[in-house]
Design a binder for this molecule. Structure first.
Ligand code: NAG
Ligand code: NAG
Length: 252
């Protein structure tokens, strides 16, 4: 994607008030100011090559440095980077303050941030903090509005302990299926965009039986929001919390 179109789209987002969020009590301006600071640094540093065709050297993709708290992708190569935007699901056994919400899967759309991650890692790092405040387009197959990045798949749970990433979107775009298992996690960094109840952990997943394609591990990083309230007080039996994150896929 062309940097100019990305920047134009991002600029348009600042005009639209964030709406339709379950947990809309957040500090919008600090994050946005920070984000635009980064974008303007890019405008000055990228001026000389802004009109050259986008090179997309996937081998340049690297996990954000905070992910070094998780086992590394030793011997593996980056395959894709996806911006995920959706909800984390929770259940509550009762609505009292002495029960705590229990994680019950997630549902998210995945958007292809691979070339952005190769070329503009510090923009990609900030995308989830902006993305989680933006309502998904009603058209399932549409690109993600702020950065115009293409749909590349869907994330959901195959069963209670199996996060699945289905990367088959249209008859022409069949990039496989990733079945996975959680192998490690670290708390999101203290400066993560927390929403009302905190950012979900960064995760390390390895792929399991049923995976189709060259996928060996997946990292969930750069998380924004998604955590539940501390207790079930006043909550229904099942509820969702909006979140966004980047997913890095590695293969052989
Ligand atoms: C999560 O909630 C969504 C929305 O209600 C639902 O469609 C989905 O099936 C739920 N997923 C899981 C794993 O519970
Ligand atoms: C993601 O984008 C890259 C670069 O444009 C492309 O080669 C790849 O096929 C896309 N992947 C998916 C799953 O859409």
């Amino acid at each position: 994607m062309h940097l100019i179109s990305l920047l134009t789209c991002l600029a348009a987002v600042s005009l639209a008030a964030p709406t339709n969020f379950l947990d809309d009590a957040y500090d919008w301006s600090d994050e946005l100011a920070d984000f635009y600071g980064t974008v303007s640094q890019f405008i000055s540093s990228a001026k000389h090559n802004i009109r050259s065709p986008d090179a997309c050297d996937i081998s340049k993709i690297a996990l954000p440095s905070y992910a070094s708290g998780l086992p590394g992708p030793t011997g593996l190569k980056p395959v894709y980077v996806a911006l995920g935007r959706g909800t984390q699901n929770y259940t509550c056994a009762s609505s009292s303050s002495n029960t705590t919400p229990v994680a019950a899967g997630a549902v998210a759309r995945l958007y292809n941030a691979t070339c952005l991650a190769a070329n503009y890692p510090s923009i990609v790092e900030k995308l989830p903090s902006i993305a989680y405040k933006i309502t998904l387009p009603t058209n399932e197959l549409a690109s993600f509005p702020p950065a115009n990045i293409e749909l590349m798949g869907h994330h959901f749970f195959f069963d209670a302990t199996t996060p699945e990433f289905n990367l088959n979107t249209t008859p022409d775009k069949q990039d496989g299926i990733v079945m996975s298992k959680k192998q490690g996690q670290i708390a999101a960094p203290s400066d993560a965009t927390s929403g009302k109840y905190g950012a979900v952990a960064w995760l390390y997943l390895t792929t399991t039986d049923g995976t189709i394609g060259n996928y060996k591990s997946v990292y969930r990083v750069d998380t924004a929001a998604g955590s539940p309230p501390k207790t079930c007080k006043g909550l229904p039996a099942a509820f969702q919390i909006q979140y966004s994150a980047n997913y890095y896929f590695f293969g052989e």
